[in-house]
Design a protein around this ligand. Sequence first.
Ligand SMILES: N=c1c2ncn([C@@H]3O[C@H](COP(=O)(O)OP(=O)(O)OP(=O)(O)O)[C@@H](O)[C@H]3O)c2ncn1[C@@H]1O[C@H](COP(=O)(O)O)[C@@H](O)[C@H]1O
Length: 91
Amino acid sequence: MDLNILEELEEVIKDRKINPKEGSYVSGLINNENDILEKIGEECTELLISAKDNKNLDHEAADLIFHIMVLYANKDREFNKVLQELRERRD
Ligand SMILES: N=c1c2ncn([C@@H]3O[C@H](COP(=O)(O)OP(=O)(O)OP(=O)(O)O)[C@@H](O)[C@H]3O)c2ncn1[C@@H]1O[C@H](COP(=O)(O)O)[C@@H](O)[C@H]1O
């Protein structure tokens, strides 16, 4: 499993927060937690529909994970906490 992509993506998201970039999707969304949460709500619904239709599941799951990562960056919370949480749940 390629977990490096999560680290790379987290770095880009954090950088967009500190150094806003013209035309950047992340820069436009970050710092506005209500917008981020609204987007996560939409992405959850899109994931449910795609699962029921058996269509675009990977695309929609990636969208949801990405937006959760934006939320974590906005809260200055390491996404690694999620991975740690899963690790701690292991039997
Ligand atoms: N991984 C993503 C990523 N995933 C989803 N999105 C955006 O999230 C939005 C999702 O919106 P919607 O679900 O409403 O769907 P949509 O607009 O119809 O587009 P789809 O994604 O469904 O095709 C789209 O505008 C996508 O472009 C992303 N935008 C950026 N990234 C990463 O973030 C990095 C920085 O991006 P910028 O901030 O734009 O430079 C990029 O290099 C990418 O690695």
